[in-house]
Design a protein around this ligand. Structure first.
Ligand code: FE
Ligand code: FE
Ligand code: ZN
Length: 278
């Protein structure tokens, strides 16, 4: 099954996002668990979740991706900021336990000058505290572009976090195409080589979702500026190879490209469907 969707605004609730997804030809979507600038999440609306789960079953939705607020930093230098990340993530996971098959994606964080090793240890500490609470939701570390002091732009860094946190089966990875290309993994010239490297370092069984984004910047630029599919340095042919690759084709694909409205997403999803051959 081709599981394809995009990032939607959570202001309409789950049922609203589900309807929007259906209207643009999507069968998954991503949303922010709360305002990315921080703040409290809306109370859980169980009626909304129930009607969303019905709609998702009716339309054969794949797993949906909940994105943690990108402003929190699990390896911040001050304990109170790390504590804030932990509590936010614990609360998010509690909410997500109502959405069967949901995935929880987060940015590992920025070490803000403490060094990559210290960053990795602090992130692993938070992740192991998340895992101490049982729950059905997979926790996904997103591969990063390596902007500033971001941790997680090398597969080795992600692997060390997973291992230090105990290697639980609840831990997985989201591969963001813009981020890995920006980080120096050549998915345009050597997709097989990059996936072999991912397999050797982390293991492809950990790969649970793909963020599909073209990049405004050239290879290895460590910038993290997303572009519409086919209009950036990655290009249409590379996306055709990615969505049809035997190691990737059954994963949920989620667009995070700059679109003004649902029509933009609908067109982009239609383009990707036209490129799908498997
Ligand atoms: Fe992200
Ligand atoms: Fe992403
Ligand atoms: Zn990004």
């Amino acid at each position: 099954m081709f599981t394809i969707g995009c990032h939607l605004s959570s202001s309409k609730g789950f049922t609203g996002m589900g309807r929007d997804a259906v209207s643009i030809g999507a069968n998954t979507f991503q949303f922010f668990t709360r305002n990315p600038r921080g703040g409290t999440a809306k109370p859980i609306d169980l009626d909304d979740i129930r009607s969303y789960n019905e709609l998702a079953a009716e339309h054969g939705f794949g797993p949906v991706i909940a994105h943690a607020p990108y402003t929190m930093n699990p390896c911040a230098a001050t304990e109170s900021l790390r504590e804030f990340s932990l509590n936010t993530m614990l609360d998010d996971l509690l909410r997500l336990s109502h959405i069967p098959g949901s995935l929880y994606n987060f940015h590992p964080g920025s070490h803000v000058g403490q060094g990559i090793d210290a960053g990795i240890e602090l992130i692993a500490e938070i992740v192991s505290k998340l895992l101490a609470e049982d729950g059905p939701t997979l926790i996904l570390l997103e591969t990063m572009a390596g902007k500033g002091s971001e941790v997680g732009s090398r597969f080795e860094e992600i692997k060390r976090i997973i291992d230090l946190a105990g290697g639980s089966d609840r831990l997985g990875v989201t591969l963001d195409t813009c981020h890995v290309y920006d980080a120096g993994y050549d998915i345009v010239g050597d997709l097989d080589g990059v996936l072999d490297e991912f397999d050797n370092v982390i293991g492809l069984s950990r790969l649970k979702a793909i963020h599909l984004n073209d990049s405004k910047n050239p290879f290895c630029s460590h910038k993290d500026r997303h572009e519409k599919i086919g209009q950036g340095s990655i290009g249409t042919n590379a996306f055709a190879a990615i969505i049809n690759h035997p190691a990737l084709c059954e994963l949920p694909f989620c667009l995070e490209t700059p679109q003004d409205d649902l029509k933009g997403w609908a067109d982009e999803i239609a383009l990707l469907k036209s490129l799908r051959t498997v």
